[in-house]
Design a protein around this ligand. Structure first.
Ligand code: UTP
Length: 300
């Protein structure tokens, strides 16, 4: 085992333009879209807290107010609910303020995910850290981040999360060429390609929005030129780390087989809301029979 540094910091980029969700995201970050009754980003901050990452740095964009306000206390609303004796709702609004210490830094111009992560350099310093994309949800019943932290501590390098997707879908993701590691439940990443054409894809293993990174990623990002879409791509920096172990100890990956919900895209957002609502004890019992009837009616 290599020398390890405890991981305590999570970086959550939420500064993208969210153009796939316009006009809903004209004045509000897509990370604030409600998934049943909580904004998507609250699930992500809760996931970080559950994995022991209580120091969160959020990278915000042009409409950061909604994000900051959501994780801040609202004494006037708390007082109204307390006066009414509505302890349940009081608990619900306080939940978001008790997840950890949340810091904010502005990205300014959204010049890509790599550029957003680079904004965390000063806050993170010299220790490995996690990155959780604010529009990518991992079901709380499935373990991913804690597994990735364990693999980072074992390998000393960087760790990404991969998921098998239909080969026709690889062009929407970063894609990885991997080899198994003897006796281990993780794989070694040899090469990464951002949004490849299906015929150029090295596999059907897609990069999803969880990373545990060696701090050397910052020096690589500083010299990473804008790539696909004229944006500084995190995948390009990770490709450099994967190709030369001397810089940051290489890149490994955990292949996730659990439930993931992408809330950055209209169709998958709606699927996420329906899946999670169906399983909620407060509305699932009424939603599921209604859904069955609704679908049966569509077929008639
Ligand atoms: P996406 O590519 O999904 O976000 O970035 P986007 O650019 O906002 O989406 P569309 O394509 O225009 O609809 C993945 C994550 O990285 C963040 C986003 O907020 C999202 O959480 N991001 C992306 C930044 O923080 N800054 C950027 O410059 C780009």
């Amino acid at each position: 085992m290599t020398e390890t540094q405890r991981i305590t910091k999570a970086v959550i980029p939420a500064a993208g333009l969210g153009t796939r969700f316009l006009p809903a995201t004209k004045a509000m970050p897509k990370e604030m879209l409600p998934v049943v009754d909580k904004p998507a980003i609250q699930y992500v901050v809760a996931e970080a807290a559950k994995a022991g990452l209580s120091d969160v740095l959020m990278i915000t964009g042009r409409s950061k107010r909604a994000l900051e306000d959501h994780f801040d206390r609202v004494p006037s609303l708390e007082k109204v609910l307390a006066d009414k004796g509505d302890d349940e709702k009081l608990r619900l609004i306080q939940e978001a303020t008790e997840l950890g210490e949340i810091h904010y830094v502005r990205q300014g111009d959204p010049r890509g995910l790599g550029h957003a992560v680079l904004r965390a350099k000063r806050h993170v310093g010299d220790d490995p850290f996690a990155v959780l994309l604010g529009d990518d949800l991992i079901d709380e019943r499935d373990e991913l981040l804690s597994e990735m932290i364990r693999v980072q501590q074992e390998t000393g390098g960087s760790v990404i999360a991969l998921m098998e997707v239909d080969p026709s879908q690889v062009g929407s993701y970063g894609c990885a060429d991997v080899t198994p590691v003897d006796g281990q439940d993780y794989v070694k990443v040899n090469r990464l390609v951002e949004k490849p054409k299906p015929e150029e894809a090295p596999s059907n293993l897609a990069v999803i929005g969880r990373y545990v990174l060696h701090p050397s990623v910052f020096e690589v990002l500083e010299r990473t030129e804008p790539g696909r879409g004229d944006e500084v791509q995190l995948t390009d920096a990770l490709q450099e780390l994967a190709s030369s172990e001397e810089i940051g100890g290489g890149v490994h990956a955990v292949v996730f087989r659990g439930r993931r919900y992408d809330t950055g895209d209209k169709l998958s957002y709606i699927q996420a809301v329906i899946s999670l609502a169906s399983e909620r004890h407060d509305i699932g019992d009424r939603l599921v029979p209604w859904l069955k009837e609704f679908v049966a009616d569509l077929d008639r």
